[in-house]
Design a protein around this ligand. Sequence first.
Ligand SMILES: [Zn+2]
Length: 235
Amino acid sequence: MRLRVLGCHGPYPCAGGATSGYLLEKDGQALLMDCGSGIFGQLMRFTDPAELAGVLLSHLHYDHACDLLVMRYYLEQRGKTLPVYVPPEDHSPFRELLSCPAFDVAPYPEELSLMGLRITTLPVRHPVPCRALRITDGEKTLVFTGDTNDCPNLAGFARGADALLADAAFLSGEWAENKPHMSAAGAARLALEAQAKALYLTHLPVTHDPETLAAEARNVYPGAQAVFPGLVIGL
Ligand SMILES: [Zn+2]
């Protein structure tokens, strides 16, 4: 597996940048995790969106899903329909906007098989229904937390992940129990408890130097790094 970071900011991108979006490639196939602002244009640099095996949405906040509304036009012109998986608990107006011939929108089943990968999900702690994703090819495992504050079951869900891609939107001094995201240090505590083999910080606010966030994480989990557009994580 190979994970390519297309965008990693939240809740809005930097100049010329993109919010949440990651391309997961395996054996010449690819699926897209999240499709936030600016992601469609980034995706076009690497693959034909009409050839994706599917789209996995952690949740339907606009910084994770809005570019699907533009991808729709492309797919309609190509006469293609993509499977799009969403949290089963979501009944938002945005989900209604995805009801069109370009998308076959379905709730995550208990276990999803796509591209020979086994994909399971966990409800996490965010103001709207959101799922963490655990994706394994039988040898290597990627866990993406989606958007979440500290969440009791997440360490068990992420147990032994080869790569943990974790929401780290706050410095410790900004974080609070009622916030919608973890801090970088919280992500690092999660990685430590889950015994993850590598920690990648994402959902980075454009107002912060990513290295400041990474440094806070490294105080807890040595080796933690902030992702950036263009980063390719080999698994
Ligand atoms: Zn969100």
